[in-house]
Design a protein around this ligand. Sequence first.
Ligand SMILES: Cc1cc2nc3c(=O)[nH]c(=O)nc-3n(C[C@H](O)[C@H](O)[C@H](O)COP(=O)(O)OP(=O)(O)OC[C@H]3O[C@@H](n4cnc5c(N)ncnc54)[C@H](O)[C@@H]3O)c2cc1C
Length: 294
Amino acid sequence: MKPFSYVAPKSLQEAFQVLAKASGAGQVRALVGGTDLIDQVRQNRRTPSVVMDVKRIPEMMRLDWIPGEGLHIGAAVPCTDTAAFPTVTELYPSIQESCGLVGSTQIQNRASIGGNVCNSAPSADTVPPLISYSARAVIIGPRGRREVPLETFFTGPGQNVLAPDEILLETIVPPPPPNSSGHYLRFIPRNEMDIAVVGIASMIVLAPRSSQCTQARIVLASVAPTPVRARAAEAVLEGKTITAALIQQAGEAAVEAAKPITDVRGTIEYRKELVKVLTRRTLGLCMDSLGRKV
Ligand SMILES: Cc1cc2nc3c(=O)[nH]c(=O)nc-3n(C[C@H](O)[C@H](O)[C@H](O)COP(=O)(O)OP(=O)(O)OC[C@H]3O[C@@H](n4cnc5c(N)ncnc54)[C@H](O)[C@@H]3O)c2cc1C
């Protein structure tokens, strides 16, 4: 393991000073729960010269709901706190579900959505639900603040749009539309403490008092270098009355967005089959939550 300095700024200004001194890619790594970073540093997969613990910065620990604006999830808020936040349990079930799947209770007490996002693994469980709700990543650094749709944040396995002197401040999740529901399911070979073979978040919006779909978002994890939207499947659903046959069709169409690899967790064919199954199941859960029979 390469030696590094540890700093724990108490304000964004202090953090910017640390970042401004970053001389090259990967010199400063933010630390939240450390559930990814500590292992990566120990194995020399990341070799920062400075590890910057951001948990003492108040803005990083923000977790609040602003009506009309949405849910602010500070980058350092533990998954446990996010999953237990009343607005999350009430309005964003798939975010709650995904936070409750990350590792174990002990891991969820340390791990953050911010770390899950910035680690940028294709299998990251909290990411598909966030994308399904059109979340935005708020990025800050000595050069200012910018927002990007989370959907465009990821550029490859372990890679994202953050510059070396930038960090994630928070994700903002817009209010879910009326008559909407979202759910997340993943498949792992055992009950917990494993990485998703496939993960699917579905979010649908229905017209009032009907089963007509006005908007659909289906986001796939672990089947491409980055999380991906299954746009063909969304198109199958939008504008139509949702029936069992349509859900079946959407599951078939979702596979178009999947470009999986064969690895120790599953083959290409197996993953494609899982995409169909989990798409159907998440859509079924959404319809159940909305009180609609299919
Ligand atoms: C036993 C175990 C089980 C796990 N199970 C799962 C699972 O089921 N599903 C899953 O998705 N993941 C799982 N993980 C991976 C990990 O727990 C998650 O990715 C977690 O959300 C990471 O959050 P963290 O706060 O610990 O991040 P950290 O380890 O602190 O950081 C992760 C990476 O993001 C960077 N980073 C963190 N915050 C910021 C920021 N604000 N700005 C810029 N960069 C930042 C860090 O520099 C680092 O590169 C597991 C890990 C372990 C050890």
